[in-house]
Write a protein that binds this ligand. Structure first.
Ligand SMILES: [Zn+2]
Length: 412
């Protein structure tokens, strides 16, 4: 996601300039709404007339609306009617495809979860793993959107994902290789589909809606059944050639432990993934089935062995975070990991290990959890669609003509 400024606006021309101006206005409203048009002009560097023109285009697409209930009279002339992102208008859909189940959702335009559901696909691989979710998604989107337009669907998964080609290049646990995810989903749903890796999507959500510091720079570690990372600098999430960035599976974080599929010992994936942790817990007799949520539940219920296993894992994650912090010195180190989302004590263990191990950062609080909290998976699913919308708002079809248009010429 690039963040348009007056400077970048002046460098573009024609349709590109229109798109950039519309994105600049939408971004100003996202960051500061409800806000008067005069404020948008100041923030975006556009003239008041240009702001009103762009507002009209965005309102026609249902992305922004006036808030007459918040109008303040300045004493002279008409009161200024502030405008805001329309969180009661269009929605986007999203799906996060995990190893055992998919989470799908509807999000409003500020990333709020309007509805969510799950479909289990344990034992299914490749395209078949999409089956249970695809059987439920059309009815879910139609019923839960309750008449609001659904502008598109975001789809995220771990592993190597190429958003340009719309494919899952490689996801080992689900045996996906060159799977045309975008084509499969858009054919089944009849919607524009935007795919990405889930770690990149969560970093992008943080840049759009989370801590302001994340827009300067953010490193994100996703610790689930797969482990992934994402890097965002100056508001742009890095993809690199063929979008292969973010593979931290073989980051060395231990000198002993389970042997990795690569043949070495101590790789992050082999010692700290949910799957590795759950197997260790089963072997120690702490939980009956290799399911990480059972371990988190056991720790929450007071099982000290479960708590110890989770703290050990948190230290390994903190070590990985320290390695990446030393390379990139990010403003925010974001970690998505189940136990720390539910109990901040595990995040404190990660932060302490980061501060202990890093050679440049002694602040444990630089390590944070995702802004979306326990809603991180559904929110990640919808984020590629929201990212597209905020980057190119004029590509949204003019499905909803709003009734507040005439007054757009009033203000400024
Ligand atoms: Zn390895």
């Amino acid at each position: 996601m690039s963040w348009p400024t007056a400077e970048s606006v002046s460098r573009t021309a024609g349709d590109g300039r229109r798109d950039t101006n519309a994105a600049a206005v939408l971004t100003a409203v996202l960051d500061h709404g409800p806000i008067a048009r005069s404020g948008i002009a100041r923030l975006s560097g556009l003239s008041p007339a240009a702001v009103s023109r762009q507002y009209l285009g965005l309102a026609r697409r249902g992305l922004v609306r006036e808030r007459p209930d918040l109008a303040v009279s300045g004493g002279v002339g008409r009161p200024q009617v502030p405008v805001d992102i329309d969180t009661e208008g269009p929605l986007v859909g999203g799906i996060h495809i995990g190893v055992a189940y998919s989470t799908f959702c509807l999000l409003d335009l500020r990333g709020g979860v309007v509805a969510r559901a799950q479909a289990h696909h344990t034992g299914l691989t490749s395209a078949a793993a999409l089956g249970p979710a695809l059987r439920r998604l059309p009815a879910f989107l139609a019923e839960r959107a309750a008449g609001r337009p659904v502008l598109g669907l975001g789809a995220v998964i771990g592993g190597w994902v190429d958003p340009v080609e719309g494919t899952v290049v490689r996801h080992v646990p689900l045996d996906m290789h060159q799977l045309p995810l975008r084509a499969l989903l858009s054919r089944a749903l009849g919607l524009p589909v935007h795919v990405d890796n889930h770690a990149r999507a969560i970093a992008q959500f943080e840049i759009l809606f989370g801590r302001p510091a994340a827009r300067r720079s953010v490193v994100h570690l996703f610790i689930g059944n797969v482990v992934d990372a994402a890097v965002g600098i100056a508001g742009v999430v890095h993809h690199g050639p063929r979008s292969a960035a973010g593979d931290i599976a073989h980051l060395p974080v231990a000198t002993r432990g389970e042997r990795c599929s690569c043949g070495r010992v101590g790789c992050l994936q082999a010692v700290a993934s949910d799957a590795a942790l759950a197997e260790r817990a089963v072997a120690a007799g702490v939980i009956p089935e290799p399911e990480a949520t059972l371990l988190v539940d056991a720790a929450a219920a007071g099982d000290r062995r479960a708590d110890r296993l989770l703290r050990d894992r948190a230290r390994l994650v903190g070590r990985a975070a320290a390695l990446l912090t030393d390379v990139l010195n990010p403003d925010v180190v974001l970690v998505t990991e189940l136990s720390s989302i539910l109990n901040p004590e595990y995040r404190e263990v990660m932060g302490a290990e980061l501060a202990e191990r890093s050679h440049i950062c002694d602040d444990p609080a630089r390590l944070a959890g995702p802004h979306a909290g326990p809603a991180v998976l559904p929110v990640a699913g919808g984020t590629p669609a929201l990212s597209w919308l905020y980057r190119s708002p004029l590509q949204v079809p003019t499905t909803t003509i709003r009734t507040d248009e005439p007054s757009v010429l009033d203000a400024c």
